[in-house]
Design a protein around this ligand. Structure first.
Ligand code: SAH
Ligand code: SF4
Ligand code: F3S
Length: 466
């Protein structure tokens, strides 16, 4: 690498879901051979990438305020004789495309989630345009745009992944969605459902293990719809893939997210009872407990299917912890519908959950529905639901207090000597311990359960490899 090349630095800010976290890591992998090192802050970067989320209105609006700040930074740089390249990636890029550069002309590159393997070409093009402008010439249209859904797969055009953090890695196995829930932008921003070939996934899993991963989280917008082509021409389900990944030496923990209840098949339920590395935690979004609202949402299942799945999963793996996503205030949701949701939550008992007020997304069927629910009703329902879910999460944490469990330590805490790790049930544990434990699974005695975490004491530090 030449000295000049090594001077470039990139800062990627990631919004939204874990798929975006994975994509940001992959963009770093792609930019590394171009001489881009990772900058610790936007101030120290030559290139800032905002990897954006479009799921709710609030998520998209954050992007524009950040872009305003970056424009100011870019102007200051230019006044000082240097420059700042600004790229917008992710789901806002896909949904709004060229509108972004119109609304904020300081943006140099807009690249969708399926096209970011072309970043090197886009950067070269942006540099060429910047040079023309610098020479005082005019350009037709600002920015460089690539929001195609290319026929080639981005996965075939990327270097080996390096994104292992403290023993954990994300592995994207499936993308896109064909389900078209009436509230959701994902089918429009991520495109049609696509499963990566099984061999490519296994190769990447092995590479991640070589790079230090002991925990692999398989990702997809509809991860349990996975149906990847195997080398022998057959099709592998997610259950099959999990079993094969479990056979890779060094894989201690496997997780997957996000699942759809409709795609929870018998083999996957059985895997929860049969594969020791598959962690006893499942994020299974249900959105609502009302059959009528589930129908309006086009979720393609009712509350009984969900409750039946929960029973079967708990039969297969009695200590399984469940998590879910909920939307309150979907158009037409009555008090009775909302009560159905509260009753479902009561009946299941969730270890954790995410809950949101319905957000109208342009272009989705839900945004055009009559009977939009007033904001004050949404606020009240969300507060009631979150209070219930919060009590359940606290109760779940308390139920583990007094036990000793394996914790994968991931980072240091705010207090000196403090480490933060995860239990098999994805609870956060705070414990005192040496930094060398980060990236290791350590038996930890859980001494107290709090609303969002547990306090732990590490049993035998000296036995953990230095
Ligand atoms: N693929 C996943 C969800 C992806 S989006 C699934 O099928 O469940 C993550 C969560 O955001 C969703 O589960 C939903 O609860 C929430 N969400 C999506 N669109 C939303 C909207 N328009 N308003 C509020 N919440 C929304
Ligand atoms: Fe969105 Fe529904 Fe697809 Fe999930 S299944 S990504 S909520 S359309
Ligand atoms: Fe957001 Fe796109 Fe993920 S809209 S939730 S970043 S798939």
């Amino acid at each position: 690498m030449t000295a000049q090349k090594a001077q470039k630095r990139v800062f990627i800010r990631t919004y939204g879901c874990q798929m975006n976290v994975y994509d940001s890591d992959r963009m770093t992998d792609i930019l590394r051979p171009l001489g881009y090192a990772v900058a610790p802050s936007p101030e120290q970067a030559d290139l800032v990438v905002l990897n954006t989320c479009h799921i709710r209105e609030h998520a998209s609006e954050k992007v524009y305020s950040e872009l305003g700040r970056l424009r100011d930074a870019k102007n200051e740089r230019r006044a000082a004789g240097s420059d700042l390249t600004i790229a917008v990636a992710g789901c806002v890029a896909q949904a709004e495309g060229g509108e972004i550069a119109k609304r904020q002309p300081a943006v140099d590159i807009v690249v969708g989630p399926q096209a970011y393997h072309r970043l090197p070409q886009l950067l070269a093009e942006a540099e060429r345009k910047a040079a023309i402008l610098k020479a005082g010439k005019r350009l037709p249209g600002a920015g460089v745009l690539d929001t195609d859904f290319p026929t080639e797969s981005k996965f075939d055009h990327m270097p080996d992944p390096q994104g292992v953090r403290a023993g954990s890695a994300f592995l994207s196995i499936q993308e896109g969605c064909d389900k078209f829930c009436t509230f959701c932008v994902v089918p429009y921003t991520r495109g049609a459902e696509y499963s990566r070939p099984a061999a490519a996934v296994l190769a990447e899993a092995r590479q991640l293990v070589r790079a230090g991963a002991i925990e692999v989280t398989l990702l997809g917008q509809n991860v349990n719809a996975y149906h990847g082509e195997a080398a022998d021409g057959s099709t592998w389900s997610l259950a099959r893939l999990i079993r094969e990944i479990a056979d890779i030496e060094g894989v201690a923990r496997i997780r997957y997210t996000t699942s759809h209840p409709r795609d929870m098949d018998d083999a996957l339920i059985a895997a929860h009872g049969a594969v020791p590395q598959l962690m006893p935690y499942l994020h299974l979004p249900v959105q609502s407990g009302s059959d009528r609202i589930l129908g309006e949402m086009n979720r393609q299942h009712g509350r009984d299917l969900f409750l039946g799945l929960v029973d079967r999963l708990r039969t297969a793996r009695p200590d399984l912890a469940l998590s879910s996503d909920f939307i309150v205030g979907f158009p037409g949701e009555t008090d009775a519908d909302f009560d159905d949701t509260m009753r479902l939550v009561d009946q299941v008992g969730f270890a954790s959950a995410f809950s949101f007020k319905y957000s109208r997304r342009p272009g989705t069927p839900g945004s055009a529905m009559a009977d939009q629910v007033p904001e004050n009703v949404k606020v009240a329902r969300l507060a009631a639901l979150q209070a219930l879910l919060g009590r359940q999460a606290h109760a779940f944490n308390l139920s583990k207090a007094g036990t000793t469990v394996p914790v994968l330590f991931a980072e240091t805490g705010r207090r000196p000597g403090q480490l933060i790790g995860k239990t098999p049930w994805l609870q956060s544990v705070y414990a005192e311990g040496p930094q060398r434990l980060i990236g290791h699974i350590v038996e930890t005695h859980l001494v107290a359960g709090h609303p969002n975490s547990l306090a732990g004491e590490i049993a035998r530090v000296e036995e953990v490899a230095a």
